[in-house]
Design a protein around this ligand. Structure first.
Ligand code: DUC
Ligand code: ZN
Ligand code: ZN
Length: 435
């Protein structure tokens, strides 16, 4: 089958006072061992400059050993950001921009700026992505926990319940409808958010929902171990939810309400997680998954009979290539496509362990998990890089994949705009007819 494409990773990212332990080499080596041959990472602007951020990430990615593309995070808004967005799309091969509705005080942007960002994305043919949690309410929720004396990792999940994810998802969807532009909701972690996406899609709105592996296969029963490090490794945002959300997200994926699976791979080791030992607000947010995604999705979705093998290829590879406009170069085995191919043995089995994985982090949120199916061979650009449990990767051999604007999601947008404009004429006509 075509190699996996992970639409959502954070390698070598400076975040919450530290930097992710996996860089573009270790994170990619892990990905290749797990059958993922391309990932799309989020560039964080440098001092508000998108161009400077892009250059910094190109430098970080010089040690790459697989194909990668970039999304761009938008963390503030002014004329120069708006101008630089055009440079990203027209000259740098970026066709998606992510807006944070959470992380008050650092990454979060207001509705006003989100609206301007949506308008700008639309005019450039770029896909708007949102981290959908209500950042103001999360801030309030965190204060509540601290006031109650709850400072451990469980306070993280309790401070930002599903209702806040549902609210922000609904708001982003409605603003995207108002602007008439497609929307991509990253890391859908709750029934609340998923139901908003389901409703919007049913009405014909172009909304893409991306669950991540942690949300599909984990729930928080038994997660908040009294041992700090054991519990802190699960801290990510939005948080891993109560039992029930996981199964509902699986069902949504199998029925097409959600379209593709990412990881939000964003790893910090135990020492870094311990920055928050006295206060959950300081625990760097993020979990692993780039190496485990293909195996866990196969075991959870195909082996269990929830989806077909064809669906597996679609949700782990093809749909991502279509959304980000690089199909059929990626996401397919066709004449003319890049030879990114994996050989998957459904009769073999996998076992995940923190001591055996290829990520640099010392913990693994899936430690001890076993299941059916195994990626036996990974081929990137026609070269075998993983075989017989051995990696043969070359730093610097990875390619940057440029992603052009105006994906299929933009089909029909013009027509809808024209219809809206002509509808504005109707009241005027009525007035003249009446008089
Ligand atoms: N959530 C995480 O858990 N890590 C990176 C950023 C994010 O939104
Ligand atoms: Zn996010
Ligand atoms: Zn993320």
């Amino acid at each position: 089958m075509p190699g996996g494409i992970d639409p959502h990773t954070h390698l070598a990212m400076e975040f919450m006072g530290t930097e992710t332990i996996d860089d573009f080499f270790s994170g990619q080596a892990a990905a290749l061992a797990g059958g993922t041959t391309m990932h799309i990472d989020f560039v964080i602007p440098v001092n508000g400059s998108l161009v400077a951020g892009f250059e910094a990430y190109k430098k970080k990615a010089m040690k790459s050993c697989m194909n990668y593309g970039f999304h761009m995070a938008i963390t503030k808004w002014d004329e120069s950001v708006s101008r630089e967005m055009e440079i990203m799309v027209k000259e740098k091969g970026i066709n998606s921009f992510k807006f944070f509705m959470a992380y008050k005080g650092s990454l979060m942007i207001s509705d006003e700026l989100l609206l301007q960002g949506l308008e700008r994305c639309k005019s450039l043919g770029a896909l708007a992505m949102v981290h959908a949690e209500n950042g103001d309410a999360v801030f309030e929720g965190q204060k509540r926990m601290i006031d109650l004396g709850i400072t451990g990792p469980e306070g993280h999940a309790l401070s930002r319940p599903p209702v806040l994810e549902g609210e922000a998802t609904a708001r982003a969807i409605r603003l995207a409808k108002f602007v008439n532009t497609p929307l991509y909701v990253v890391h859908v972690m709750s029934i609340d958010a998923m139901e908003e996406i389901a409703r919007a899609r049913k009405s014909g709105q172009k909304v893409i929902g991306e669950p991540v592996v942690s949300g599909l296969v984990l729930n928080d029963s038994g997660l908040w171990d009294p041992d700090f490090v054991t519990a802190a490794k699960y801290v990510m945002s939005p948080p891993i939810r109560e039992s029930g959300h996981d199964k509902a997200l699986q069902a949504a994926l199998s029925t097409g309400v959600l379209q593709l699976v990412g990881t939000d791979h964003c790893t910090f080791n135990s020492t870094q997680k311990a920055f928050g030992i006295d206060d959950f607000r300081k625990i760097p947010n993020g979990v692993n998954g780039i190496e485990e995604r293909m195996h866990l999705v196969w075991d959870t979705m195909v082996e269990s009979g929830q989806i077909s093998v064809t669906d597996f290829v679609r949700i782990t590879s093809t749909e991502c290539a279509r959304i980000f406009n690089i199909y059929p170069r990626k996401g397919a085995i066709l004449v003319g496509s890049d030879a990114d191919i994996i050989i998957f043995n459904p009769n073999s089995s996998f076992e995940i362990s923190a001591s055996m994985h290829h990520s640099r982090t010392d913990t693994n949120v899936y430690d001890g998990r076993k299941g059916k199916g195994k990626v036996e061979v990974t081929i990137v650009g026609g070269r075998v890089v993983w075989q017989d449990d051995e990696l043969k990767v070359v730093p610097g051999s990875g390619k940057y994949i440029e992603m052009p604007p105006f994906s299929y999601l933009f089909n029909g947008i013009d027509k809808a705009d024209a219809k809206y404009l002509s509808s504005l004429q109707a009241p005027v006509k009525r007035y003249f007819t009446a008089s």
